[in-house]
Design a protein around this ligand. Structure first.
Ligand code: TXA
Ligand code: MG
Length: 328
């Protein structure tokens, strides 16, 4: 285990008596709370609170130019924030509440603390399905919620991972068990045409089936969505991708997928899904990378994972985790 000099945050179970009242109190006092969603844990602040939004950026060590997703619990909340195109409305109807984020034109200044928007004319909005989260939204209004991890690291898919990454920088962590999807939402820009900025559980094919063909040339580059910066979602260890079990080097950690065979060359290993189920693999990916990091391996080899369905998003996150790091 890595030693950390920070204190542990307060952690309460989502099902505990008074959990949502306590969460509401923290948020109404401009505090920040990590809450479970169906994708990953979110680090929440009231979207209208400048002080709380500033705490989110500080706790994550997030660059100021990288905007946050605003989470809402109904369509009135969406309309108050942004103007959805016809394609955006169709996607909202098909996939909300759920693991979809839409980037749309900002309807008015002032509804959200400016710092949350990164100075742009668009806003990212999501209506999550997680019950506890929705209950809190209905009581305190729109919440910004980036993934509850230090900037650039893999997202947290358990309360323990949040506590390990953020320590007492977060006022409260609500434990809702392991995240059911395990990867962040699909981000679709509908502000000009339709472009998938980040892959997720809802696939590009599902987006096209509802919104029509993606707009040619509109695919977001790094500047269009700062979260698409190449090196991101990274464990501390260096990653080596598409490595078959027999090619694992002595002393490497290994992430296996499907029927892995002999894993004796690996120092420590994780099996994402012996049955080769991509949804199971998505659910366990970040926890597996965190455990291998905590085991202290310097290199993690990862088995090939089919780039189909949610496997596209898994491969996207792995490629970013394997990319050269700006800080070495
Ligand atoms: O599943 C999720 O989306 C989770 C849960 C907690 O809801 N949240 C999440 O937030 O992953 P975050 O901040 O880690 O990732 C949001 C992504 C980033 O890549 C950010 O750059 C992008 O959305 N984004 C936010 N606002 C944007 C905007 N106006 N235009 C383009 N991209 C934007
Ligand atoms: Mg994130």
């Amino acid at each position: 285990m890595q030693s950390r000099v920070q204190d542990a945050p307060r952690i309460i179970a989502a099902g505990a008596a008074g959990a949502s009242a306590e969460t509401v109190a923290v948020l109404e006092n401009d505090g920040i709370a990590a809450l479970p969603t169906e994708t990953v844990y979110g680090l929440c602040a009231r979207a209208s609170s400048h002080a709380a939004v500033a705490k989110v950026f500080a706790a994550k060590g997030r660059p100021a130019h990288n905007p946050l997703i605003v989470h809402v619990d109904d369509l009135a909340g969406v309309e108050h924030l942004c103007t959805l195109s016809a394609a955006g409305q169709a996607l909202a109807e098909a996939f909300w509440p759920g693991p979809l984020t839409l980037v749309a034109r900002l309807a008015r200044e002032g509804a959200v603390a400016g710092a949350a928007l990164g100075g742009g004319q668009t806003v990212a909005v999501r209506m999550p399905s997680a019950r506890f989260f929705r209950d809190v939204l209905s009581r305190v209004g729109p919440l910004v919620a980036p993934s509850a991890n230090r900037s650039g690291r893999v997202s947290a898919t358990s309360a323990a991972a949040v506590a390990d990454d953020l320590g007492a920088a977060v006022d409260l962590v609500v434990d809702g068990g392991p995240s059911p999807i395990g990867l962040e939402s699909t981000v679709v820009d509908v502000s000009e045409g339709v472009a998938v900025l980040r892959h997720g559980a809802i696939t590009a094919a599902q987006i096209e089936a509802v919104a029509g063909p993606l707009t040619p040339g509109a695919r977001g580059g790094p500047l269009r969505s700062p979260g698409m910066l190449t090196s991101h979602y990274a464990p501390r260890a260096v990653l080596r991708l598409n490595v078959a079990a027999h090619a694992v080097a002595e002393g490497e950690g290994y992430v296996a997928f499907g029927n892995a065979g002999d894993l004796s060359a690996a120092l420590v290993w994780e099996e994402l899904s012996q049955a080769g189920d991509l949804h199971e693999a998505a659910r366990g990916l970040y926890a597996a990378l965190r455990r291998l990091d905590n085991a202290g391996v310097k290199t993690i080899a990862v088995a090939p994972i089919p780039a189909e369905g949610i496997g596209v998003a898994i491969n996207d996150r792995l490629a970013r985790a394997a990319a050269p790091r700006p800080d070495g």
